[in-house]
Structure formats: structure tokens, C-alpha cells
Design a protein around this ligand. Structure first.
Ligand SMILES: *Cc1c(COP(=O)(O)O)cnc(C)c1O
Length: 223
């Protein structure tokens, strides 16, 4: 059994059915993705639109492609025809562009709103106030070509597990608040909480994650 296959099966066993495993294949060659595909993996994550599009063109069409990286508006059009879920929606302007490209492609594009919970400025995302303002915005309410499936966040890169847990918990609390107070219209199937990667997925699972994004523990470390 190959290493990629073994790791995939091991991770799927530990996160399913609570969470979907997104295998993060950024920087990895097509042959590695093909191996993951042959092991039954259908959710792959990439952080660059151009790279993802090249891989989409080369691989079977029943793969669900997840965009997990910071996205430039002028490149949304390249993934709009096929992307399964954009995890990293971090501004109202980006959302507007995704809606426009969804319309151009006659489809509804699934999005997660990225929330800034880490104590690192390098990470992108809305804070709670900005999120609430967005959800109440009239222009936002009229976007018919996006569906908000949930929230995504990244914890601070630290050894301090209590801090990581606290950050995931604040994200999960915000997620539950939006559900409970019905801050989104019911046309959005708001059920996904994307949090957890190789270093912190166990804590994320305990705090209620429904999507785990694992790269290096499956495909090996990146250069
Ligand atoms: C690269 C990346 C991952 C996967 O990271 P690993 O530590 O390799 O598991 C998860 N989420 C995002 C947003 C990433 O950019």
C-alpha cells in the first residue's frame, strides 16, 4: 500500500463521518493527486487558481475542487465553471465578483466566509462585526449566484493548544450564533465549519469541525 493511500485512509477513518476530509494537494504533482484519486479521495484542496485549474483539466471530472487560498478577484473567472467550494472568501468585493462569475456560468457557487480568529495579522478574514454587517447588507442579500455554506478559519500557528482551542471555539460559537439567530436566509444551506489542518485537526474536531484540510500529513512536506 502506498504512503498517500495509507495516510488518506487513516485520516478518513479518524474524521468521518463528523467531517469531510479535504486533501490539500497544493504544490504536489499530478501523479500524487492521481494516486489520491485512485485511493477514492474526491475532495482536493488547492490555494492557487491557476495551479488548481491545470490540475482540474488533467484529472477526472468527478473530483470536488476546494479553493482554500487567498483569492484575487481578477482570477475568479478561471475557477467559476468548476469550483466546488471556495473556503477563503474574505471580502465583500470578492463575494460580489464570485456572484458575477456564477451568473456568467449559470451556476450557484458555494462559499465559506473566512473569519479572522488568529492572533496573527498575516491571516485573512472578516471579524465578527464585519461579518454581521455583510449579512445585513442589501446588495449581499440579492446575490443569487452564491450560496453561503458556512465559515472557515485558521488558528494561530503555535504550540499553545489552549489558544488554538479558544480560537476554534470562538469560530464555532459564531457559526452557531448565525444558525440560531437565523442571520442568513434559509436558501443558504449553512452547515459547514471548515477548521483544522495537519497540526491542529484533533482540537478542531473536538470543537465541532465539519471539514478538515490536511496537506503535509498526506502528501509529505512541501518545499
Ligand atoms: C496549506 C493549507 C492547509 C494544509 O496545511 P497542512 O499543515 O499541510 O495540513 C490547510 N488550510 C489552508 C488554508 C492551507 O493553506
Amino acid at each position: 500500500m502506498s504512503t498517500i493511500k495509507e495516510s488518506l485512509l487513516r485520516f478518513r477513518e479518524s474524521v468521518e463521518p463528523q467531517a469531510t476530509l479535504v486533501a490539500v494537494s497544493k504544490t504536489k504533482p499530478i501523479s500524487d493527486l492521481q494516486e489520491a484519486y485512485e485511493a477514492g479521495q474526491r475532495h482536493l484542496g488547492e490555494n492557487k487558481i491557476q495551479e488548481m485549474t491545470e490540475k482540474w483539466e488533467a484529472l477526472p471530472k468527478d473530483i470536488h475542487w476546494h479553493m482554500i487560498g487567498h483569492t484575487q478577484r481578477n482570477k475568479v473567472k478561471y475557477m467559476a465553471p468548476y469550483v466546488h467550494l471556495i473556503h477563503s472568501v474574505d471580502s465583500p468585493r470578492l463575494l460580489k465578483e464570485i456572484n458575477k462569475q456564477g451568473k456568467n456560468n449559470d451556476r450557484v457557487i458555494n462559499c465559506l466566509l473566512q473569519i479572522h480568529v488568529a492572533q496573527e495579522d498575516s491571516k485573512f478574514g472578516f471579524d465578527e462585526q464585519e461579518l454581521i454587517a455583510l449579512l445585513q447588507d442589501q446588495a449581499f442579500k440579492e446575490y443569487e449566484h452564491i450560496q453561503i455554506k458556512g465559515l472557515m478559519g485558521m488558528a494561530t500557528f503555535t504550540e499553545n493548544k489552549d489558544q488554538v482551542r479558544e480560537e476554534f471555539r470562538s469560530l464555532a460559537d459564531l457559526f452557531k450564533k448565525i444558525q440560531k439567530e437565523k442571520l442568513l436566509s434559509s436558501r443558504h444551506d449553512f452547515t459547514e465549519l471548515s477548521m483544522g489542518m495537519t497540526g491542529d485537526y484533533e482540537i478542531a474536531m473536538e470543537e465541532g469541525s465539519t471539514m478538515i484540510r490536511i496537506g503535509s500529513a498526506i502528501f509529505g512536506s512541501r518545499n
